[in-house]
Each structure stands twice: as structure tokens, then as C-alpha cells.
Ligand binder design. Sequence first.
Ligand code: NDP
Length: 284
Amino acid sequence: MDTVSLSGKELAAAINADTKDRAAALTDRGAPPRLALIVANDDPASAWYVNSLRKAAERLGIACDTVDLGADASADAIRQELAARGTDGATDAIMLQTPLPSGITLEDVSSAIVATKDVDGVSPLSLGLLAAGLDGFVPATSEAVVELLKHHDIPLSGRHVVVVGRSNIVGKPLAQLLLAEDATVTVCHSRTADLAAVTVTADIVVAAAGRIGLVSGKHVRDGAVVVDVGTNEAPDGKIVGDVDAEAARGKAAGLSPVPGGVGPVTTALLMRHVVVAAENARMS
Ligand code: NDP
């Protein structure tokens, strides 16, 4: 079977073109949309990601402040910065970068991000709105998976989607978004007894575990679609996904590449959320 590459580049470009126009309109009416990126780590992969977000923002006409609190910041210091940005009239959008300092979880601090500026949908309020089917910002990576599938005309209604991973920022919100699209959803995790026995029943498998090669040929039914969310650093320094692409290719009807699949769409959606937050703020 020919495996179609589910590239995210074309979709990301279309989203970015719209975002750029909307950012320019906001700038013409006063000030560019402004994103605050809060960092509290000295992780090289995070630094690389922050830099790529800054460049993406710059290309689209979005102002970006990076606030580095240091890798030994306390939970109180992180919460204070998030709250201060929440009441700062010049800041339209807030994104807290992970990893956080040792011993601090996202859940310890994310409630300090005001929902109207929570462009990556990580606060308990944003996640609750999503679970209740109400309007709010949703985690960009989860949204990117759904948008990528739609862009490639892969139907979701009535299909069985198996999501591998149950984190609060990828797996769980993705399950909610897929339910809203009328998919039948199964969520797997590290305690799933026989992962392959579950994933082979799927029409669509989404790998979001952060484990190189976790999803191999035996996990994929002939003709299934596979979306690879994983971004892992291989021993040779290359960024690779969770799917053994060689094994899946030829079996799967479609497979999203890493890099170039979910990643560019995630960044594009994040930037679109920044513009939406700014538009909402200027209207209120
Ligand atoms: P987390 O580490 O928070 O969660 C990983 C999830 O995978 C957990 O639910 C864990 O289960 C599950 N898991 C781990 N090992 C296995 C296994 N052997 N079998 C089944 N399930 C397993 O990661 P994130 O959700 O933050 O990220 C997941 C991946 O997505 C990472 O590679 C990350 O880099 C990538 N990512 C990509 C983005 C993009 O834009 N492309 C953006 C954000 C993340 P348990 O709950 O039991 O521990």
C-alpha cells in the first residue's frame, strides 16, 4: 500500500497567511498583538523551541517578550509572573514553557494563567471549558492533530481513534476534541496491558507518548492512518517521532512526518490563538 505523507506545511502556511493579515490589522489600529513567553528552565531543547516561537512570531508581526525566571525559580515566583502578565494591559497572550524547575508541575502553576490569555489552553479553566464543550483556548498540539486530519480529508465521525498518551496538554485534550468530532476514542498510556492489541483495532492511531519507535508495524492495522505527535531527540541529535516510520510505511494509508507534520501546524495555531486573544481584548 502507498502511504500518503500527511504533511502539515501547506496547512500551516494557510493559517499563517491569515494570522499575518489579522496581526497587521491589529497593528494598524494601535499595537501589534503581544505574546509573553515565560521560561523557567535551562533546557537546550526548550531554548531551541522558544527561539523558533520567537522567529515565527516575528515573521507574522506578533511582538514577543521572553521572560526568563531561571531554572531555580519557585512555584510562587512563576505564579506571580503569570498573574502579573494576566493583568498587564499590554500583554495579549501568555505561554508557559516546559519543563518547569524540578519538583514543580504544570498543574502547580497553570491556574495562575488567566483563561482569556491562555493561548495554549493549559489552565484548569481552559481544560474544563474544553471538557464541557464550551468556548476557550484549546491546547495547540491537540488541535493541530484534528486540523491536520481534516486538512487531509480523513473523516473522524464514527471512526475509532486510539490516542497513545494521556497528558493534560496533549492526550486528554485531544480525546475531548475527537469526541466533539463524533469519533469513538480509546486512550492508552504506560499501564495499558497490551498496546499493540488495542492500536491494531484503530482506524486512526495518534502517537503522543514521547518514546522513540513505540509504535511499530505490529501496532498498525493495514490501511489505518497514523499521526505522530512525538518530538524526541535521537542519539544522533536528529528530531524523531514516536512511530517507527519504516515499519509503518507500506502498512498505513497515511502517516504524518516528523518533522513537518503536527509541529508546524501546532506553531501556526498557537500564533493564531495569540491574534484571537488580542482581537478579543481590543473588542472588550
Ligand atoms: P508526557 O511525558 O507528559 O506524557 C506522555 C504520555 O505517554 C503519558 O500519558 C504516558 O503514560 C504515555 N506513555 C509513556 N510511555 C508509554 C508507553 N510505553 N506506552 C504507552 N503510553 C506511554 O508527554 P507530552 O504529552 O507532553 O508529549 C508527548 C510527546 O509529544 C512528546 O514527544 C513531546 O515532545 C511531543 N510534543 C509535540 C508537540 C508538537 O508540536 N509536535 C507539542 C507538545 C508535545 P502515563 O500517563 O501512564 O505516564
